[in-house]
Design a binder for this molecule. Structure first.
Ligand code: NAD
Length: 233
């Protein structure tokens, strides 16, 4: 029985209609990353940051999982060894497709967190600086439960434990530019030189030389066939 770890990035949600992190212009949906995805940006202009994530949260009602998300559910359901799906995505498409063993290492759009107590709440609608936090009873204390640049990603101990035991590592739709996720492939190789490493992306990424195998194409088109092959092996 083999253990598998899968890392996904915004490319897996692209065919569902969600923009990837960096468009060709280097912006995230028209915004500079330092204006919407850092703790300093939130301190400087909380209304702008809240509104940016409110728009993204509302967009989730208009999109649905694509065949790439479904292929990972089929893989999880049929897999005999240990399975872990680690996503950098803050959308909810993996869980809506049916993925269960899933970690959102960069947080979730549909959660809010109290700045005072760290309490995390499920959140569906808009979040504003007027929203009163249920635990501290104050306005302006709830922030999006998103890991911003300069902050520590979530569940790293759990993730590294799985990476060290991995026999197969797949990296799907991620540019390999955002650390620590970009370093996962090196971590698995350090621990198990025989680990099968596969990059699945539209095009070769910055980290391509760390992967023994690659499949290039749209995730929704190439992943279902790749998963079928993996299950047949
Ligand atoms: P990125 O934009 O840096 O890279 C996206 C990668 O996906 C690129 O390498 C691109 O070639 C590839 N790609 C695009 N369309 C594809 C497709 N149809 N099939 C396969 N590959 C495709 O994004 P990243 O590496 O995920 O960067 C991580 C950051 O982006 C995280 O911090 C994450 O929270 C944030 N983010 C998340 C979402 C989301 O939740 N959907 C959206 C935008 C940004």
């Amino acid at each position: 029985m083999k253990n598998i770890v899968i890392l996904t990035g915004s490319g897996i949600s692209a065919e569902s209609g969600i923009s990837t992190f960096r468009g060709g212009d280097g912006l995230w949906d028209g915004h500079r990353i330092e204006d919407v995805a850092t703790p300093e940006a939130f301190e400087r202009d909380p209304d702008l940051v809240q509104s940016f994530y409110n728009t993204r949260r509302a967009q989730l009602a208009t999109v649905k999982p694509n065949p790439a998300h479904a292929a990972l559910v089929a893989l999880e359901n049929a897999w005999q060894g240990e399975f872990l799906l680690v996503t950098q995505n803050v959308d909810d498409l993996h869980e809506r497709a049916g993925s269960k063993k899933l970690i959102h290492m960069h947080g979730e759009l549909k959660k809010a967190r109290c700045l005072e107590t760290g309490q995390v709440y499920d959140w569906q609608g808009a979040l504003t600086q007027d929203t009163v936090c249920a635990c501290c009873q104050r306005e302006g204390m709830l922030r999006p439960h998103i890991v911003w640049f300069g902050e520590m990603p979530l569940a790293m101990e759990h993730i590294y434990h799985a990476l060290r035991k991995a026999d197969i590592f797949l990296s799907i739709g991620t540019s390999g530019l955002v650390y620590p996720a970009a370093g996962f492939v090196q971590e698995v190789r350090r621990n198990n030189r025989n680990c099968r490493t596969v990059e699945i992306n539209l095009e070769p990424t910055a980290g391509r030389s760390y992967f023994a195998e690659s499949v290039y194409g749209k995730a929704g088109e190439v992943l279902p066939g790749f998963v079928q092959q993996l299950l047949n092996d």
